[in-house]
Each structure stands twice: as C-alpha cells, then as structure tokens.
Unconditional design. Structure first.
Length: 765
C-alpha cells in the first residue's frame, strides 16, 4: 500500500487531480471509464508504469480505499494551497508534477499533455476551474467579498420617511414597545379579542382614538395624525389596527362626516374614549361592493316620528361587520329610506345593538363570523334587524333628512351625486388601509432582508459559505419589492396630502387616486409577504418569525374597502370620464391639433434610435422612464375609450360593453396608478437635499421604473415602443441595480425604524 500511496510515476501525478475528482463525484462504471480508456490508448507519452497504475486505480472492480482518497487529496491540496487559482485540473496536475518531481520535467511532453488532458476533462464533463478550487482551503471572489455597508445616514433617511410626524411616530412606537402591548397567542379567540379591545382602550386613554375629531369633542382635529397612528400601529398587531380603525375611523368618522351637530354632541366624545363601542354596518351578504343595491329598509312613520329598520331576508343581513360579534353597542346602518312606500335611496341611521351590560336588544340578531384566516382579534359578525324602531333623530342627516312635514330633504338634488358624495366622505378608509398594508410589507422585508444578510449557505468551491443575499436570484426576489415599497410610501404621502387639502371639484380625482392606491398597494403587500416567506425558507414558516401573521392578517386587505379588481375599474371609469370631458371642452380645430400632437409624439417616441437605445445613461434617465409610463397610460386609456365607443356604436348595451372590456379597464387603472407613483418618486428624489440619501433613492427609483418596464415588456414589444435588444438591456440593468442596492438593503430596511419589540422575529433581531 505504501508504494501505491507514494505515486512514483510522473504521469500519475499529472492525472491525479482528475482521477481524484472523478472518484469523489461518483463510482466509476463503464460509461465513465470509456474516456479514460480512449485517453490511455492514445497517450503514448505515458510510460507503461503510468498506464498500469492508472488502469488499476480506474478499475470499477477495485475502487480506491478511503486512505488512498485522503492521501490523494492531501497531495493535491498541498500543491494547490501554495499557488494561484487554476483555470483547469490540467494546470493543477502539471504544477503538482513541478513541485513533487521537478527532475521529470526535462523529459515530460508538457504541451502535448496539456492538450490531451484538456480534452479528457471535456469528455468527462468536468468544469476545470471550479473543480480546481475544491482543493483549496479558502477561496475569495466578488460574491464572497460583497457585504452590507452604510453609505448614508440611516437616521436621516428615517426622518425623511417620517417627515413632520416623526415625534408622533416615535412616541407611539415607544409606547407600543412596552409590556402593555406584548404579543399573545391568537389561539384562544375570546382572550385575543378581549386583549385587542383592552389595547384599544389604552390607546383611547392616551388620546390616539379621538385624534382626528374636532377639539370640542376631545380630539385634535388632525386627520393626518390619525392616518399616521393607523400606520404606526400596523408595526405591532394588525387586529389592533383594524379594531382601532373600525371604532375610531369607520364608526366615529361616519357619525362625524354623515351626522350633524346634534349627533356630534351626543356621541363623539364617548366614541373617542371607547365608552361607546360601535360598528359600521354597510356590507350585506347579497351586495358586497354594490352599496346602492342593499336591501335593508328604513321605513319612516310620520305619526310616531320613527324609523323601522328591517332585514327583509337572510341574504340581506349585514355581514362581516367589525365589533359586532362581541363589543359593539351601536351601529351606523346603511339602509334604503322609504317614505310612504317610496324609495329615496341609501341613507344612514344610528341603531342601538346592545345595552350597557352587553345584552343584545330586542329585534337584533347577531351571529359570530367565527375564526377567520387572519385578524382573529377582531370580532366580526352578521347583524339582522327585525322591525327595530329608532327615533327620527337617529338618522344621520347631513346629506339627507326628513323634515317636520314628513318630506324627504337633501342639499344635493341629484340622487346619484348625493349617494357618491355620502360615500366620498368615507374615502379616508381607502387611505388608512394601504398605509397599514405598506407597514406590513416593510415589516416582512425587514425580516427577510436582515435574515438574508446573516443566513449563509453554499459558496464557491474551496471557499466559505456566503450570505444568501449575495445570490443574484435572492436579490431579484426581494430588492425590486423593496424599491416598490419605497415608491408606494412616497405616493401615499402625496395621496394623503391631496385628501387632507381636498377641494370639492377635485373629489372625483382624489377618490380614484385613493381607490387605485388602495388596490395597488394591498396587491403589492400580498405579493411581497409571500416572497418574504419563501425567501426565509423554513424559518419563514415558523410562527415565531411573524411572517405567517402578517400574511394572514393582510390577505383580507385586498377586499377591505372594496374588492381591488372592482376598485381598479372605478379608477378606469374616472379616467375615461376625464378623457371624455377633455374632448367635450374642445372644438373641432383643437381636437385635430390634439390628435396630431399625440401622433407626432408617438412617432418621436418610436424613433428607431430610441426604441433600440441601450445606452446606460438613457436606460437610467428618469425622463425616459416617465415618458414610457405616460405612453403606456395614454395608449391604454385611448384604446379603452375607442373600444367602448366602437362596441356601443355597433349597438351593444353599455353594461355589456363595459363587461366585455373589464380586463382592459383594470389595465387602465393600473397604468394610471403606476405613472402617478413613478412621478412622485422622481419628484422626491429631486427634492432630497442629502447627496448620499439622494443617490440611494435614485437607484431605488430607477429599479422601480425599470422593473415595471420589464414586467410590461410584452406590451411595449407589441406596441413597437421597444425592440428586443432594449428589453434585454433593461433586464440586465435590473440585475445590476439589484446587485448595487444589495449593500444598502439592510440600512434601507433599518430606516423603517421598526422597534425590535414590534418586529419580534428572532431571525431579524
């Protein structure tokens, strides 16, 4: 054995790395032996002693012992450690010969050996460079050396994200990190629901619940603060957020927005302190998003000055009503107003549900919705009314009322306008929900990106394991979602400000913006949390790391405040209305000029040089990005308008025409919202004074834009707006931006400043 282990022949030394590699990968059989037999028959420069040794060691019938394999590895390893990286096993074998038997070099045919051994490696399917690295104790390359750096002030970016509301956010985060808000297991439904109610009482006691109400009723008349509180609470527990939103938002704001002073005086203080828990009873089993179609009736009796609230059948029950199953004592009920049998459309009424002791009142039937996919700290229920009589003053009468003579009155003559004005006062819910969803996405990304930075797996041959965040595909999974989250954050800032400073003539546009952002952001959150779960592997599946709770609790967000697909169609209809008005206000000459200018723009944008331009400066140009987004938005809108007009000109019923075009309309809404988001991101980058923060935000903005262009590349190719050479270059640039942003990824999620007590995921702490 000792003679065998000494490897006396030069040929055996040169081939040793190849022989070892083949045996270490598999057991040699006839198939693997063929290339060796062919090589040995042709390599006449090998001595008979070489051939005899190699045939013996390559025989499938007598594989090398463990001791031999260890000796071979140590021999090759010793030579490999002293030298540079090798391009293949041939060069390593020759280097081994030079070190172990230098005297043999004088008679050894190096050039011929190199050529024939290289062919042998190829025939065996060995990737030589990677195989040679396996003999090294350590190996360093770009992937192993890349790591997190802090090239900007994280705290300064946090201040930029939080804006003027940072003191409020910081104080609330500090409060949420106390033991009072420690997480509990959601398994015990009753215990969890009561705990969430207790949390809401604590917040109400600190004035957070009434913060959006007028000062006369214990508030600060600060709706922006209310949205900020909702978003910040979302870092802790989403059942708490929704319970808080139902009580102080939907219930309280419906009284404030739809009622008048008598209602405010009687109820708002008690709502803000949570002395009067309540519900917002709009949705019915048969009529989800179609509020106009609800069937609950409110029949007025002039003689007794009362309304009778009645549920005509089982499928007209109010369903999925938060606070109903256990805690709600009163509800804002949406019902059809009937006076002398005449239907005056939907109005709102305050209907008591329980007495102070929590006993359900006569005529009220409440059924617990039970355990749900998520948000089990919220007591959802179904409510049915059996001829429940309420006094006349319980009608919320800001937009509709019954006068002293028993006649219907409204400051808005149009039934349609009155209905949408009434719902328009509740747009705030479509701002609170996406801001909450975005906070959940930030939590998921913080967990996944921090874990990806510390979790090491695999690595180059001969090298250490590397963080999984160094893998290009892992970056591709998470970093575009991080860029999109930042984009949505700044867009939500814009929409919130538009809502807070709204003018009546802007309301249609603001409602469309809020509806579109709600849909876009909640879809994004759902996709983001799924990717975060997968990116964390089995750790992401453990409840202790909280991604399961974030996923389950936010899943309903896509249908809260309206189903996302329906909302995107609402956005499209708003855009089509604006499109129609644009042409209605034009004379023939203006329309001709408008169409001509659009055609001219299209020709310019489809210039052969532009559609094929792959120059880096062009691909990273925000003007190119915005132009591409605007082109998509305008083209899809124009095509939708033409399509609807053609269908109706051909005699199709308008409802059928819209139904046929639904997929097209959803695309109209999405293209519009994406253009708004990009525009606000570009604007934010330009306005950022800190050069280091501006640099990283600019990369995120570029990534968001190019990733969306890549997502829609099929459309751009169909339109001839880009050619394949350009879309391929965009894909490469997305990869490069992901690589560049990787070193900033941890600081970027740290800038969300989520307290460890709220994040509470061991893999992220």
């Amino acid at each position: 054995m000792q003679q065998t282990l000494n490897l006396p022949t030069p040929g055996a030394l040169v081939l040793l790395p190849v022989v070892y590699m083949v045996w270490s990968e598999t057991l040699i059989d006839g198939q693997e032996n063929k290339p060796f037999l062919k090589f040995l028959s042709q390599a006449d420069w090998l001595s008979e002693e070489d051939k005899s040794f190699l045939k013996e060691k390559l025989s499938p019938e007598s594989p090398p012992t463990r001791e031999e394999m260890e000796f071979w590895w140590e021999t090759v390893h010793a030579a490999s450690e002293e030298s540079k990286n090798y391009p293949n096993l041939v060069s390593l074998g020759i280097d081994l010969l030079k070190k172990a038997r230098p005297e043999a070099l004088y008679s050894f045919p190096l050039q011929r050996a190199e050529k024939e051994l290289a062919q042998l490696e190829k025939d065996l399917g060995i990737v030589g460079q990677a195989a040679a690295l396996s003999f090294k104790s350590s190996h360093s390359n770009v992937s192993t050396q890349y790591e997190t750096r802090e090239d900007f002030a994280v705290q300064a970016l946090t201040e930029l994200l939080d804006g003027p509301r940072k003191p409020l956010i910081d104080s609330l985060k500090q409060y949420l990190a106390t033991e009072d808000f420690a997480y509990i297991q959601p398994d015990d439904l009753e215990k969890y629901r009561n705990q969430v109610l207790s949390w809401c009482r604590l917040l109400a006691g600190k004035g957070y619940g009434s913060i959006g109400y007028p000062t006369d009723y214990g508030g600060k008349d600060d709706m922006e603060a209310y949205f900020t509180v909702m978003e910040t609470l979302s870092y802790r527990d989403l059942s708490l957020v929704i319970k808080f939103g139902v009580q102080f938002g939907l219930w309280g704001m419906s009284v404030l927005s739809l009622g008048t002073k008598k209602h405010h005086d009687k109820y708002l203080k008690a709502i803000g302190t949570l002395e009067l828990p309540g519900c917002f009873a709009m949705t019915e089993t048969n009529h989800g998003s179609n509020v106009k179609g609800i069937e609950t009736r409110a029949s007025y009796d002039h003689e007794s000055k009362t309304f009778t609230i009645h549920t005509p059948h089982r499928d007209a029950r109010k369903e999925y009503i938060g606070n109903a199953a256990l805690h709600g004592r009163m509800a804002t009920v949406f019902a059809k107003l009937l006076i002398d049998g005449k239907d005056y459309g939907v109005s709102t009424f305050l209907v008591p549900l329980r007495d102070e002791a929590g006993t359900t009142l006569p005529g009220i039937t409440i059924t617990d919705c039970g355990r749900k996919m998520g948000l089990n700290g919220v007591d959802n229920g179904l409510i049915s009314f059996d001829n429940v009589v309420i006094p006349k003053e319980n009608m919320l009468d800001r937009f509709s009322s019954v006068d002293a003579q028993g006649n219907f009155q409204s400051p808005i003559a149009s039934d349609n306008k009155r209905f949408f004005t009434m719902l328009g006062t509740l747009v705030g819910g479509r701002i609170g929900i996406p801001r909450s969803a975005l906070a959940a996405a930030k939590s998921g990304l913080t967990i996944a990106i921090r874990y990806g930075d510390r979790r090491k797996q695999f690595g180059p041959e001969g090298g250490e394991e590397i963080p999984i965040l160094n893998y290009r595909m892992h970056q591709r999974r998470l970093i575009p979602l991080l860029a999109k989250t930042y984009a949505c954050h700044f867009a939500m800032e814009y929409v919130t400000n538009r809502f807070l400073k709204r003018q009546e003539e802007e309301m249609q546009e603001i409602e469309a913006l809020a509806a579109g952002m709600k849909a876009y952001v909640t879809w994004h959150t759902t996709a983001t949390l799924q990717e975060c779960r997968e990116a964390c592997g089995g750790k992401g599946y453990l409840s202790e790391n909280r991604i399961d709770a974030l996923k389950n609790d936010t899943d309903i967000y896509t249908t809260f405040e309206g189903d996302n697909t329906v909302l995107m169609q609402l956005v499209a209809k708003s855009r089509l209305s604006a499109y129609k008005e644009q042409f209605e206000n034009m004379n023939l000459f203006t329309i001709i000029n408008y169409v001509a200018s659009k055609t001219k723009t299209s020709i310019t944008e489809k210039n052969p040089l532009i559609i094929r331009n792959t120059d880096e400066n062009h691909l990273l140009d925000p003007d190119f990005h915005l132009s591409a987004f605007e082109y998509r938005e305008n083209s899809i809108l124009d095509a939708a308008a033409r399509r609807l007009k053609r269908l109706m000109d051909e005699g199709m019923d308008p409802f059928d025409a819209v139904n046929v075009s639904q997929h097209h309309l959803v695309n109209v809404g999405q293209a519009y919202i994406e253009r708004v988001i990009l525009g606000k991101f570009i604007q934010k980058v330009k306005q950022t004074p800190d050069p280091a923060i501006q640099t990283v935000l600019n990369k995120l903005c570029n990534l968001f834009a190019l990733y969306q262009l890549e997502t829609h590349k099929g459309w751009y190719l169909e339109q001839g707006y880009m050619e394949g050479v350009k879309t391929k270059s965009i894909r490469k640039m997305v990869n490069q931006l992901c690589w560049e942003i990787r070193k900033d990824a941890v600081p970027l999620v740290n800038a969300f400043a989520i307290p460890d007590a709220c994040l509470a995921a061991p893999i992220a702490l």
